[in-house]
Design a protein. Structure first.
Length: 266
């Protein structure tokens, strides 16, 4: 009998926790992992929408528990995660919950509350979803983490400074934590997707090239994590464009970026 390499997750996790699971990419992750023999912990703020996703996942054969919680409420989230993990050891946590906003259409700065909400959700909330589970994963010498960052972490957009900062912070944490956690058999996968069609899409104004469906993105990320990938950036044409842009002088890169990728969230 052969053992899998340290830090490489099992292809079919049986105890999965997903944040931001009431819609969009989070709901797509929940449906992707829902299957007989799998226990899901679905976390989101909207209890009504969360229950609908839970029912869908249960119909696919999964054993589903839900937690109506804002990931910014770190202490409550930690207590709930620890209680759940004690009864049902989590072998994969998907830190997906997120929010985004933009500067005003006239260039007005984002309100401070909006800036802090993005950082507290996208960065602090993501880490509050993961860190409480790490000691038990370390003790078990197995586990996996998926962090949903963004291509905006690689090429920040002038219209979304707080969002880009929060996603860049999450990417940095994941890159730093990967070699540390690998020693304990824990795999860290950081996903940097481009534009994804979600329920929030109606709030966007701007060009959204090569947009993927939430289902396609969730499947792509989950399959990369199952193969033990540490990073998954997509779609490749935008990734390549960002890489080429790094070779151009900064003023030229910024001018082209700001001309093509002006985005407003209302």
């Amino acid at each position: 009998m052969t053992s899998r390499p340290a830090g490489r997750p099992a292809a079919c996790p049986t105890h999965v926790a997903v944040t931001g699971a009431s819609g969009g990419l989070g709901a797509a992750f929940a449906r992707h992992y829902a299957a007989p023999g799998v226990r899901l912990l679905l976390i989101a703020r909207d209890a009504r929408r969360l229950d609908a996703i839970a029912a869908d996942c249960a119909a696919r054969g999964a054993d589903v528990a839900t937690l109506s919680c804002d990931v910014r409420n770190a202490r409550s989230l930690q207590a709930a995660l620890l209680a759940h993990d004690a009864a049902h050891p989590v072998d994969l946590v998907v830190a997906n919950a997120g929010m985004e906003a933009s500067v005003g259409p006239d260039g007005a700065p984002e309100p401070l509350d909006t800036v802090l909400a993005q950082i507290e959700t996208n960065l602090s909330g993501a880490l509050a979803s993961v860190v409480p589970l790490l000691p038990a994963m370390q003790a078990r010498r197995r586990g996996a983490v998926i962090l949903v960052s963004s291509l905006a972490a690689l090429e920040p957009l002038a219209d979304q400074p707080a969002y880009c900062a929060s996603k860049a912070g999450l990417l940095a944490w994941g890159e730093a934590a990967r070699p540390w956690l690998r020693r304990f058999g824990i795999q860290v996968t950081v996903a940097c997707p481009g534009f994804i069609a979600t329920g929030m899409s109606s709030h966007y104004e701007g060009w959204r090239p090569l947009e993927w469906s939430a289902e396609k993105a969730a499947r792509h990320i989950a399959e990369a994590a199952a193969r033990g990938r540490g990073r998954v950036d997509f779609p490749w044409p935008l990734v390549a464009l960002i890489g080429l842009g790094k070779l151009a002088p900064r003023p030229l890169r910024e001018a082209v970026r700001d001309l093509l990728f002006r985005l407003s969230v209302h």
